[in-house]
Design a protein around this ligand. Structure first.
Ligand code: MN
Length: 152
């Protein structure tokens, strides 16, 4: 790993200082998208990093594209998460409550420590921008998968 990649890897997980007195543009496509790993997602999800957390924004931000049937595993966020649905139709569920439909333009706030999952519906893809707030260099605690019978 070269020095630039190493710096990028560090900034992806930790909070980096905000750039002083300037405008910074992360050009579309400048950060490589990744396929969601099986421990964190069921089905096919593509995560495109948008902007790393800074000491001002305190959130890791990314665009997540879920194929129909794809969803996160159950998880919590130590400092909460905002989801902005950008296309398709999805589902979000808080533990112990009914699954809810989310559509483009909907904004979802998940409070710190609330166990939940989010993803596409069984028949539609869904994309959302996720702003995952950092606490102690962490923004998520992944738990167990959502079984098919629970998802549907
Ligand atoms: Mn979440």
């Amino acid at each position: 790993m070269n020095k630039i990649l190493a710096a990028a890897a560090v900034s992806a997980v930790g909070i980096v200082p905000a750039q002083a007195e300037s405008i910074e543009i992360k050009a579309n496509g400048s950060a490589a998208s990744v396929i969601g790993v099986a421990g964190n997602f069921s089905g096919h999800a593509v995560i495109s990093p948008l902007f790393p957390p800074t000491d001002i924004t305190r959130a890791s931000t990314g665009l997540v594209n879920f194929a129909p049937g794809a969803r996160t595993v159950w998880h919590t966020h130590p400092a909460g998460q905002m989801l902005i649905v950008t296309s398709g139709q999805g589902w979000v569920q808080e533990e112990g409550k009914d699954r809810r439909v989310i559509n483009p333009g909907d904004v979802v706030w998940v409070a710190a420590g609330v166990k939940h999952w989010h993803g596409a519906t069984a028949t539609s893809p869904m994309a959302h921008i996720a702003l995952s707030y950092m606490q102690d260099s962490k923004n998520v605690d992944w738990l167990e998968p959502v079984p098919d019978e629970q998802y549907r």
